[in-house]
Design a protein around this ligand. Structure first.
Ligand code: ASP
Length: 481
């Protein structure tokens, strides 16, 4: 029966069986040492020349070969203890070995943190790259993090619901990835930029507390903290107010981060208005940590509220359907965050009557941590006339609103409860927890910075028959840039 390398510390003198990868082989004349690696760490295995057959088999071992070894757990001599590894006081004296698979020479070293290796090469062989300790730690932390989130949400009566991946283009502020339809040639689905509309429809559907670990797909210019795909902790709650929702969300973030051993700088999280943030920090994302917080991995969360609902161009990175200058192509106004939001209660009348547009504040709340925006949400317009008024400001005619968002107007007209929610970027949160600077370091299979998939060669050509079936003709093939 296989045991794990970490378990040998309680098996002194016992005959055990370990399986894993050969990390390094060191030859010392009559003795061969290997470091055997499994999911829990590494252990030193010793082969001695006395056992000729086994010794010569050990001589053939190369890095990343996969082996099963039976042997006795021994204490290492006092002067041979390796304090750097958890099993460093012990070693396995091999008695038999089976080679389960060989490996060609690895494309790059795995004992380093990998940052020195060319990104394209790392991602081409991502499945090997993932074996390095740093990547194992990050991807396992990500899994634990999501698990704690789920535990909190289930405990608080949330229902996990999946929403469609093949859906309709929506105005989240980025370009859509589109999918051609075979059954309806010439028509396209869009992959979801977020489940925004569906989660609101679930509130109309009576679930009251929804969440999803949602994949969001946006055709954005790639940056250090952005990829085509990211994952959100997507939540929505009925019969809530801005303050109640922020408190619930804060309880989740606090409990998850603290249960993973992180220290939070200030509780409750400070709340700052957009105007004050701009005055004080010159930006709506800021870092409240001092030097010692930075050294000690402290998390400095803060809420930013009272953003303008609309902007006439400059200053905001989000906002839908903008031309290159950042201006809306429909009207002088574009939304700053989310067109489905409710203004703050005092400004609802202004929106509905189309007054003081530039002064209307939205109920949007952004969560900032250590200089990143790690979440954003709002109380939503739950009455149809408010949503219609928003689209009017954005320059949609009644007919256009109806064509594109008629389903939302219809749904809000059928007893939609007041509701609000948030989405937290899982990668951004992981980046703040780990101090990693690139989104690709916290995703198992990220895109390259040139927008290609890791390991598999996509985007790629498809067969002429596939194009024909979809009713698509490629006009002219552009050379790859
Ligand atoms: N749908 C928003 C987003 O993806 C988040 C939210 O308001 O819940 O940014």
């Amino acid at each position: 029966m296989r045991i794990l390398t970490k378990e040998i510390i309680s098996k002194e003198g016992e005959l055990v069986e370990l399986s894993g990868w050969v990390s390094v082989r060191r030859d010392h004349g009559k003795i061969i040492f290997i470091d055997l690696r499994d999911r829990t760490g590494i252990v030193q295995v010793v082969f001695i020349a006395k056992d000729k057959e086994l010794y010569s088999l050990a001589n053939t071992l190369r890095p990343e070969w996969v082996v099963k070894i039976k042997g006795t757990v021994n204490k290492r001599p006092e002067n041979m203890i390796n304090p750097d590894i958890a099993t460093g006081k012990f070693e396995l004296l091999a008695e038999s070995m089976e080679i389960l698979n060989e490996s060609i020479t690895p494309p790059f070293p795995l004992e380093t943190d990998g940052r020195e290796i060319d990104e394209e090469v790392r991602l081409k062989y991502r499945y090997v790259d993932l074996r390095r300790e740093r990547m194992q730690k990050i991807i396992r932390l990500r899994s634990q993090f999501v698990d704690r989130v789920r535990q909190f949400l289930f405990k608080n009566d949330f229902v996990e619901i999946e929403t469609p991946m093949l859906t309709k283009s929506t105005p989240e502020g980025s370009r859509d990835f589109v999918v051609p339809s075979r059954l309806h040639p010439g028509k396209f689905f869009a992959l979801p930029q977020s489940p925004q509309q569906y989660k609101q429809l679930l509130m109309v559907g009576g679930f009251e507390r929804y969440f999803q670990i949602a994949r969001c797909i946006r055709d954005e210019d790639l940056r250090a903290d952005r990829g085509f795909e990211h994952t959100q902790i997507d939540m929505e709650v009925s019969f809530t107010t801005r303050e109640e929702f922020m408190a619930l969300d804060e309880a989740m973030i606090t409990s998850v981060c603290e249960s993973l051993g992180y220290k939070i700088k200030e509780k409750p999280f400070p709340i700052i208005s957009y105007a004050d943030a701009m005055k004080k920090h010159g930006a709506d994302k800021f870092d409240l940590r001092d030097e010692s917080d930075k050294e000690n991995g402290v998390l400095a969360f803060a809420w930013v509220v009272d953003f303008p609902f609309f902007s006439s161009g400059e200053g905001f990175s989000s906002g839908g359907e903008k031309n290159e200058k950042g201006k809306s192509s429909r009207s002088e106004w574009t939304f700053t965050h989310n067109p489905f939001s409710m203004p703050i209660p005092e400004h609802i009348d202004w929106l509905v009557s189309g007054k003081n547009i530039g002064e209307i504040l939205t109920s949007q709340y952004d969560l900032v941590c250590n200089g990143f925006e790690v979440g954003g949400g709002s109380v939503r317009a739950h009455r149809p006339e408010i949503l219609k008024a928003t689209f009017k400001v954005l320059g949609y005619s009644d007919k256009e609103t109806n064509e594109q968002f008629g389903h939302m107007v219809d749904a809000l007209s059928q007893g939609a409860p007041p509701h609000g929610g948030i989405a937290h970027g899982v990668e951004r949160l992981l980046m703040t927890l780990t101090g990693e600077k690139y989104l690709r370091e916290v995703q198992a299979f990220p895109q390259t910075s040139s927008g290609r998939t890791s390991v598999m060669d996509a985007p790629s050509d498809i067969y002429p028959e596939q194009l024909k079936e979809l009713g698509i003709a490629i006009e002219k093939k552009k050379k790859n840039i």
